[in-house]
Design a protein around this ligand. Structure first.
Ligand code: TRP
Ligand code: ZN
Length: 897
């Protein structure tokens, strides 16, 4: 546990490392209770550095020996304080030998070397390598590694590390060894080892270069029936990166290993990717369509890091988005290309934007708001955020929008030509994009340095006489912690105009040469306020602004309900078609929420439903949703997205003061009335979108299941026997986890009599499948009617443990983040529960604890009564002893910003 006073690290303080490293040799004597690590490092003074000391980092290590050029150092020859080991007066060339002891079986943080289910794993990003040995553990120190692993042969038959296996053999006392050599220079955060009792699915593939590569997916015995999809995804990733970016696999061997205890999704260690089981294991029995899609995306993501992250890495951790934003963008494009169709691409785009709005916009508006390239941090683990990842991906996407696909590719090519083998910055990436396209992207830098979500206010004026349309765009950005005033961003705004029949009009900006032909133009908004004049506009158009979500901003435009319904029916841009429906639904949900509050305040003893039923509404939303639901020309996957109402969290972000109970009542009311009004249409969609025959996770079938199951979830709101019978039948007959879970969820969220039995049957059937039991916990934590006591009881279940991050997330995060109205119960019990769990997790796994700590980020936006209870809970955590740097940073910022 780190107890020293947390220190803030600043980007402006960056200094080059005093010493560079040529080679690293490591020897591991693996033993769960005490592993001995012997390291030999060939160092030389960095001519570009100012300092002269050798500076090494180390945490929770026992230092056994330390030698420089063969000479043992005594206590007077070095300083060791606060995790930093300093050797002053070292020679210009130094061979450093270090022996340390670590205790993997005591390591519950899952950083460094740890044990999971009896096997050894490592996690070194961001600063885990320093828990293995003293080392210049910073990403701008790159070196070639040779690794010798020694362990008991019976217990640990498989010994893996980065690169190529160069030697293996027997040792006395039933031990054996394996020696691995990584031909590429790498930073320490990409080091990995795995040792244990594992089995693999493997395949040799011919690469574009003509070389053969061995691909392996390693899992625990008994899971080989769940590796095919990960293997397929890996092969598709390899092909895609060659095709789209000309980037081939540079190794003879590429391994994926699945581990059940893991803090995040997966890790891109060179040649030895380590994955959370959640993003590897899949077959129709245990994994949903969403799981299959996530596995493809994460396998792609980690594989793509081999170039964007590993071959070209980050100079310092402030540059994290250099690799993460870019690699998320690449995995998003990969997933879209794997679907192939235009409408499939749009569905993927909508999914990605939903994540951004649901999670990143609130982050940008809260106490932890930070730029895509942060200026400071206390604990770097807290900055693996949706801002760095998802907003970072939007920033990369904007280059492509501004430069075109070909221009973007030219920029990528120049980036690799310039920086292969280097540790660089976000500025270097931007420079490559600008230089390759001879563009000035100076102002674009503000996307990296300014936090907060920009707002773009649009207004339009049509002049029939001159047939011109003036579109005025005005940008602003709210103040965020440490940044009061913002400068204008460089914002690409894709725009289209629809005529009265809903057809795209050819566009031409005033002064442009040639005939109008494009129907979407990317306007470049660079000033605080700018007016764009379209000429030759033969009739008053309906505007489609920010097509494809061309920039991560909030667009304000005064659409009428009729215009939104029109766009929903006609816009050729599928993103904006969906967006129009979301705007319409949000409007109605906000009105209903206000009505709930008013009804509550009036104190009338009348059911809220009666009040809501009496609110005038013109039925525009219902009619538009019915039309979309029944439009057979639209992809089922798209129709499912159109039918899904904005989440309670999304509605909350639209309110001045968040009232979670009113939002919940309003949204449930709307779901129920839509179900009633669309009952027959929903039943028809349910019947028409079954997927008989063998299960396939392809996007087409998944889309049909999604539409069928969203129909079922609406219908289940009616609590009518015919519908509940459908759900009960599906629960019994389903041949895949998607349908099984949807049926169970419909039952659990209804008043069905048999739901307890259904839950019990599900548990018994899947007791041995940890990933399915996670779903079982989440389903109950987020169910209608679940409350703090439900969750406390579930936490007592023998299958529950806080020690496994997936399990902790399934129940605790499921409740605190996924069930807002129950979590924010008026008596504050949700917050007490949250505080207890944060404190408990803080002791075992600070990284996961800090994630949970963020559930109260937006506390200042809630009603005064809830705010006060949240403040008390935050203070309770703040004053608890032995707070980790991770949790302390989150809580301190929540209380002060
Ligand atoms: N680089 C990893 C990825 O995005 C992220 C990651 C995995 C990570 N495990 C981690 C980051 C542990 C911090 C700590 O693919
Ligand atoms: Zn990544």
């Amino acid at each position: 546990m780190r107890t020293d006073t947390p220190q803030t690290i600043y980007r402006k303080d960056y200094a080059a490392p005093n010493y560079l490293i040529d080679t690293v040799e490591m020897g591991f004597d693996l033993d769960p209770s005490a592993t001995r690590v012997a390291t030999r490092i060939a160092m030389r003074r960095n001519p570009a550095a100012a300092g002269r000391d050798i500076v090494l980092f180390g945490e929770e290590l026992e230092l056994v020996a330390l030698r420089v050029n063969g000479k043992a150092l005594g206590r007077g020859d070095y300083r060791l304080a606060g995790g930093v080991l300093t050797i002053p007066g070292a020679p210009a060339k130094a061979e450093l030998e270090i022996e340390t002891l670590t205790h993997p079986d005591k390591n519950t943080s899952l950083m460094g070397l740890y044990v999971s289910n009896g096997n050894f794993f490592t996690q070194c990003e961001a600063e885990g390598f320093r828990k293995i040995t003293y080392f210049p553990d910073r990403p701008d120190v790159m070196a070639k590694y040779t690794v010798m692993l020694r362990a008991d042969r019976a217990k640990y038959p498989v010994l893996l590390s980065n690169g190529n296996l160069v030697e293996e053999g027997e040792l006395p006392d039933g031990r054996h060894y394996a020696k691995w050599e990584d031909p590429f220079k790498k930073p320490s955060y990409l080091f990995a080892l795995v040792a244990g009792n594992l089995v693999c699915q493997e395949e040799t593939v011919r690469l574009k270069s003509g070389r053969d590569a061995l691909l392996q997916v390693w899992v625990e015995d008994g899971n080989l029936d769940k590796t095919q999809h990960a293997m397929d995804s890996l092969k598709n990733s390899i092909d895609w990166d060659v095709k789209r970016f000309g980037l081939d696999l540079d190794l003879d061997r590429f391994m994926i290993v699945a581990v059940g205890d893991f803090n995040m999704g997966a890790m891109e260690n060179k040649g030895l990717n380590i994955f959370n089981t959640k993003y590897v294991l899949a077959n129709p029995r245990i994994a949903t369509d969403v799981d299959f899609a996530n596995i493809e995306a994460v396998v792609g993501h980690e594989y793509f890091h081999n170039w964007t992250g590993n071959r070209v890495t980050c100079r310092d951790w402030f540059q994290l988005s250099l690799k993460e934003g870019l690699t998320v963008f690449r995995d998003q494009e990969f997933s879209a290309d794997m679907i192939g169709t235009d409408s499939g691409r749009a569905v993927k785009r909508i999914d990605d934007v939903r994540v951004l709005r649901q999670a990143q916009f609130p982050e940008d508006a809260g106490p932890m708001a930070h730029p895509v390239r942060p200026d400071s941090y206390v604990e770097i683990n807290n900055f693996y955020t949706v801002t760095v990842y998802e907003k970072g991906a939007e920033v990369v996407r904007m280059y492509q929008t501004l430069l075109g696909r070909e221009g973007f590719r030219k920029g990528m090519d120049l980036y690799f030509a310039r920086h292969d083998g280097q540790a660089v910055t976000c500025d270097d990436f931007r420079a490559a994009m600008a230089d390759a396209n001879k563009r000035d992207l100076g102002q674009f830098e503000r996307w990296y340095s300014q936090s907060g979500t920009p707002e773009v206010d649009a207004s339009a004026r049509y002049d029939a006489k001159s047939q011109t349309l003036e579109l005025t765009l005005e940008q602003s950005c709210p103040a965020t912690p440490g940044q009061k005033k913002k400068q204008p961003f460089h914002i690409p705004v894709a725009v289209g105009l629809l005529d009265a029949r809903g057809r795209d009009m050819p566009l031409r900006l005033d002064g442009a040469k040639g005939a109008a032909k494009d129907t979407t133009l990317v306007l470049e908004l660079t000033k605080a306020r700018q007016t764009f004049r379209f000429t030759g506009v033969s009739e008053k158009p309906v505007l489609s602004i920010l097509r494809g979500f061309s920039a991560p901003v909030v667009l304000k435009y005064d659409y009428s309900d009729a215009e939104l319904a029109f766009l929903m029916a006609h816009d050729s841009d599928p993103f904006n078609r969906w967006e129009a429906g979301q705007r319409l639904a949000t409007r109605r949900l906000l009105n209903l929420t206000v009505a709930v509050q008013a009804a509550r305040q009036s104190g009338h003893v009348v059911a809220v439903d009666t009040v809501l039923n009496n609110i005038e509404h013109d039925g525009a939303l219902t009619a538009a949703l019915r039309a979309t639901l029944n439009d057979q020309s639209l992809d089922p996957a798209f129709r499912e997205l159109a039918l899904t109402l904005p989440s309670e969290t999304m509605i909350a972000e639209q309110m001045e003061v968040i009232d979670p109970h009113a939002i919940h009542v309003a949204r449930q009311f709307l779901r129920r009335s839509l179900a009633r009004e669309l009952r027959e249409d929903l039943l028809a969609a349910y019947r028409a979108n079954r997927t008989p025959g063998d299960y396939s996770p392809d996007a087409g079938s998944a889309g049909r299941r999604a539409l069928k199951n969203v129909a079922l979830s609406y219908l289940a709101e009616l609590d009518d026997p015919e519908v509940l019978e459908l759900a009960a039948q599906q629960d019994v007959a389903a041949n895949n986890m998607t349908d099984r879970l949807a049926a169970l969820s419909a039952l659990v969220n209804s008043a069905a009599a048999g739901k307890g039995e259904a839950l019990q049957r599900f548990y018994e059937e899947f007791e041995a499948e940890a990933l399915v039991i996670d779903k079982w916990f989440t389903l109950q934590a987020t169910a209608r009617g679940a409350d703090v006591n439900t969750v406390r009881t579930l936490a007592e279940h023998p299958a529950f443990t806080l020690k496994n991050p997936n399990r902790a997330r399934s129940l605790i995060f499921g409740f605190c983040n996924g069930n807002p109205s129950a979590f924010h119960v008026a008596d504050g019990n949700g917050y007490s529960f949250w505080a207890e769990q944060v404190i408990a997790l803080n002791a075992s796994n600070p990284q996961v604890a800090a994630r949970l700590a963020r559930s109260l980020d937006r506390w200042r936006k809630y009603t005064p009564a809830l705010q006060e209870k949240m403040r008390l809970a935050l203070q309770q955590v703040a004053s608890s002893p032995k707070l980790s740097r991770d949790v302390s940073e989150v809580i301190t910022k929540a209380l002060s910003n």
